[in-house]
Design a binder for this molecule. Structure first.
Ligand SMILES: NC(=O)c1ccc[n+]([C@@H]2O[C@H](COP(=O)([O-])OP(=O)(O)OC[C@H]3O[C@@H](n4cnc5c(N)ncnc54)[C@H](OP(=O)(O)O)[C@@H]3O)[C@@H](O)[C@H]2O)c1
Length: 328
């Protein structure tokens, strides 16, 4: 395994593995014995960065979510897991009622919602301090100032270590960080967005905004992170849920453009040259990028996880990387 530091402050920064494991479906679509086996294998291989959210996975069971946090809490207790494993969770997108969703009925990012959600996550995970807490989605109904202060209070009282943000337009991330900077408060240091080797069309409306999908890494974000190396970029769904290699997981309409087959062909070429799988080339490309990215993979079996873990040791040559970057 390889490691890197996320966060700046010596009191809250974390040394994490360069491959993160997503627990989104653990405790719902993925049963407990399988989830525990995947978690155990990840730790055995040196993995130290696990991701969840307080709303996982409400859409599987029609609940308000939380099954993943509860399962992780049980796993932590049964294995005696301590501070060596970083667990990230998220708040803001938990539905307010069972059977509803986050598009129009989310808990949001008010001070009250932040405080209540963080308390519940601490209880469910069995952690005094949440290592990393993300704002999961935007809440336009709450002034950014309030959200920034709400998160900062949690850091001040030791409820949370690092702060992160997901699925927010970049200008909102910068505005929130600036509010924090001016007030001398801790701000977001970890950005979690969807990112992979294949590019999505940027001209389609998103689920949460008619202007597009604010959850997808684009040029705006890459240039932002390039200019702020103190930020860490975590890429969710880097394997496109299996779509690189599986006929039963077709690419969506957002990949229907001329660049997709070109990039798929280069991926296959490099996989052939290296003896690695296409998934592994994608993960190695992210990990070793000029702007380094922490892929956040999902797995529903130990075998799938093993394939992703092996990507950490795949070193692409400069020439291979140039060819991958140039394909469009
Ligand atoms: N911030 C956000 O809004 C957000 C959104 C989505 C996800 N996330 C986080 O990101 C994590 C990962 O998301 P994801 O599950 O979409 O990521 P992903 O890594 O793109 O997809 C994982 C899925 O791909 C398939 N897969 C994995 N390895 C495979 C292999 N070697 N061969 C074939 N298929 C393989 C499996 O599907 P099957 O299980 O069907 O076999 C697996 O569940 C989540 O757990 C969550 O923590 C965050």
């Amino acid at each position: 395994m390889k490691y890197r530091v996320i966060g700046q402050d010596p009191k809250t920064r974390r040394n994490v593995s360069v491959l993160s494991l997503g627990a989104m479906l653990f405790g719902t679509a993925t049963d407990e014995p399988t989830s525990f086996a995947i978690l155990d294998r990840y730790v055995e291989a040196g993995g130290t960065f696990i991701d969840t959210s307080n709303n996982y996975a409400f859409w599987v069971t029609g609940s308000r979510g939380g099954e993943s946090e509860v399962l992780l809490g049980r796993w932590r207790r049964s294995r005696g897991v301590g501070d060596e494993i970083t667990i990230a969770t998220k708040l803001g997108a938990r539905p307010l009622a069972p059977g509803t969703g986050y598009v129009d009925n989310a808990e949001g990012l008010s001070i009250k919602a932040i405080r209540e959600a963080a308390e519940r996550s601490r209880e469910q995970l069995g952690m005094d301090t949440l290592d990393l807490l993300y704002a999961h989605i935007e809440d336009s109904a709450v002034p950014l100032q309030e959200t920034v202060e709400g998160f900062a209070e949690l850091v001040a009282d030791g409820t949370v270590g690092l702060l992160g943000v997901s699925n927010h337009w970049m200008w909102k991330v910068e505005r929130a960080r600036n509010i924090a900077r001016v007030a001398g408060l801790p701000g977001y240091e970890v950005l979690q967005y969807q990112h992979s080797y294949l590019r999505k069309r940027a001209d389609l409306p998103g689920q949460l905004s008619p202007d597009g999908d604010q959850g997808v890494v684009g040029g705006d974000m890459l240039s932002y992170v390039r200019d702020a190396p103190e930020l860490a970029l975590v890429a969710y769904s880097p394997l496109l849920a299996g779509a690189y290699v599986r006929a039963d997981k077709p690419l969506g309409p957002e990949f229907d453009h001329a660049g997709t087959p070109v990039r798929q062909a280069v991926l296959r070429e490099i996989a052939g040259e290296t003896g690695a799988t296409v998934n592994q080339v994608v993960l190695a490309w992210l990990i070793g990028a000029e702007i380094p990215v922490i892929p956040l993979v999902g797995a529903s079996s130990v075998a799938q996880l093993d394939e992703s873990l092996a990507a950490v040791d795949l070193e692409l040559t400069t020439e291979q990387r140039t060819r991958l970057d140039a394909a469009r």
